[in-house]
Design a binder for this molecule. Structure first.
Ligand code: NAG
Ligand code: NAG
Ligand code: NAG
Ligand code: NAG
Length: 313
């Protein structure tokens, strides 16, 4: 008999274990985050004082750590196993629920949100990254401009909208709030404050090279007028003979030094000394190589012409 009941309870434990896995599959609509060992009061959204509470379909009974007070449920000294969905009921009908998450915010010390913006213009998004091992779901929101929560897009970054006026001095910092939950009902919240001007990272500049003469233009997303938003450029060249990369100065005609095979460029805001943009891809600047390619094309065309003739004859 006792063996059977222990077998039964083993099954129950396994079953409950499976139930717990179904915990959070994204952010619960209604939740409270509670630090372990602290108390929390849940409110049932009704004026009726005669309600019951359920957790994992078990009706809760008052005990030392569980107080039932009218439409309130007070959980004392929350433990790990108590996280989850609490529902309140009246006349066998569900009235309300609150999901209890374990607040790990004070344990998360190594997390940073980092954000960049390609330009000052509010028609462009701010792009942010946030990650933390053992957490599965993340969301961010720009609190200063009262924006909605944003989930990561396919590239893993969060694209936040903002309402910064590019022509005015930015008076107030953006406040980006991040939240995360794990499938084991853990939660944290973090906030990151910054001025848009401090997270500027331009897109790659536009580069064209004609007879070793380099033409640089701002990235298409960069703010205008260019005189008001000047950019610094840094150019790297690759030696033709040994393939070595080195910083490279253009001469007064904007020409690359002789003996250069390829170059690439990056830019930054010269007044703010913003972050550098990513490097552009390498651009081929060596004349002979271009000719070789043209030669190849011409040969190819000759080849097909010959073949054509063959087919004709
Ligand atoms: C909690 O329970 C309520 C009521 O059954 C349900 O609507 C809600 O989706 C549940 N939340 C989660 C995160 O399971
Ligand atoms: C921001 O985060 C991304 C992705 O984690 C990383 O590649 C990049 O170096 C970070 N930038 C800064 C300035 O920390
Ligand atoms: C900004 O983000 C929104 C929402 O993700 C997206 O629809 C829009 O295309 C983005 N705009 C720009 C300029 O990247
Ligand atoms: C901001 O973007 C809009 C649309 O792309 C453009 O019309 C406007 O001139 C831009 N403002 C600045 C300061 O670049």
């Amino acid at each position: 008999m006792s063996r059977m009941s222990s077998a039964l309870s083993a099954i129950c434990i396994v079953f409950l274990g499976i139930m717990r896995v179904s915990a959070v599959d994204t952010f619960p609509k209604k939740f409270v985050a509670v630090q372990m060992n602290s108390d929390v009061t849940l409110h049932c959204d009704t004026t009726d004082q005669d309600v019951t509470w359920q957790y994992d379909s078990d009706e809760l009974e008052a005990s030392e750590d569980i107080r039932l007070e009218g439409n309130k449920l007070i959980l004392k000294r929350i433990e790990e196993e108590q996280a989850g969905n609490y529902t309140c009921w009246r006349n066998n009908e569900i009235v309300d629920y609150t999901y209890v998450l374990l607040d790990m915010t004070s344990h998360i010390t190594d997390l940073t949100i980092n954000c960049t913006a390609e330009t000052f213009n509010c028609t462009f998004n701010i792009s942010c990254n946030m990650n933390q091992p053992a957490f599965n779901y993340f969301r961010l929101r720009n609190k200063r401009d009262n924006s909605n929560w944003v989930m990561p897009s396919e590239d893993g970054a969060f694209h936040l909208t903002h309402s910064t006026n590019p022509y005015a001095e930015e008076a107030k910092q953006l406040e980006v709030i991040g939240e995360a939950v794990s499938s084991s009902d853990r939660y944290f919240k973090i906030s990151h404050n910054f001025y848009l001007r401090d997270i500027i990272k331009p897109a790659c500049p536009e580069v064209s090279v004609n007879k070793r003469k380099v033409n640089l233009a701002p990235p298409p997303t960069w703010a205008k007028p260019t005189s008001y938003y000047p950019l610094d450029h840094e150019i790297q060249c690759k030696n033709l003979d040994d393939g070595k990369e080195k910083p490279c100065d253009l001469d007064h005609d904007n020409k690359v030094p002789k003996g250069t095979s390829e170059l690439r460029v990056r830019c930054r805001d010269s007044l703010l000394l913003s972050q550098w943009s990513d490097w552009t891809p390498w651009h081929n600047v060596h004349k002979n190589r271009r000719n070789n390619r043209k030669e190849g094309k011409r040969m190819g065309r000759k080849e097909t012409a010959k073949n054509g003739k063959k087919r004709d004859s």
